[in-house]
Design a protein around this ligand. Structure first.
Ligand code: ZN
Length: 147
């Protein structure tokens, strides 16, 4: 029987090998870019926001399996969701990664689904930046539009 760590590793590798929502969106979609020089991760997030809802999201870039799979899982989780819920999800995720949550209360009832697989990364502090890169880049995009 595979342990939960094996299962999580499979989920991460699956998103790395078969990334979801990979690609780009043309303007007027918002594009933000983030990088993690410690690891060489590079992520671009494209957001199509209208009426307070993330109508579409795509990402491009390259990097390690943690950065790419985390961003892939994120796009699945936020597509079609209201911006308010997306912000709450980002807070919940960053809380799991034991980063600052001082920009609002964390709603522990929010389901992370596959994203839980990244929880084990907390044990490897240098990889936390990899796991959160896409999410921080997403936040920049959300903050740059009032859609
Ligand atoms: Zn990395």
């Amino acid at each position: 029987m595979p342990g939960v760590e094996d299962l999580y590793r499979e989920i991460i590798l699956d998103h790395y090998r078969t990334p979801r929502n990979r690609g780009e969106l043309p303007p007027p979609a918002v594009c933000t870019e983030g990088n993690n020089p410690l690891c060489g991760d590079d992520i671009r997030i494209f957001l199509d926001i209208a009426d307070g809802v993330v109508r579409d999201v795509k990402f491009s870039g390259q990097g390690c399996s943690i950065s790419q799979s985390s961003t892939s899982m994120m796009t699945v989780a936020i597509k079609g969701r209201p911006v308010d819920e997306v912000r709450a999800l980002v807070r919940r995720f960053k809380h799991m990664m034991t980063l600052s949550d001082d920009d609002g209360a964390v709603d522990e009832s929010i389901k992370l689904g596959d994203i839980e697989a990244l929880g084990g990364v907390v044990k490897f502090p240098v990889r936390i930046k990899c796991a959160t890169l896409g999410w921080n880049t997403l936040l920049e995009g959300l903050n740059s539009t009032q859609g």
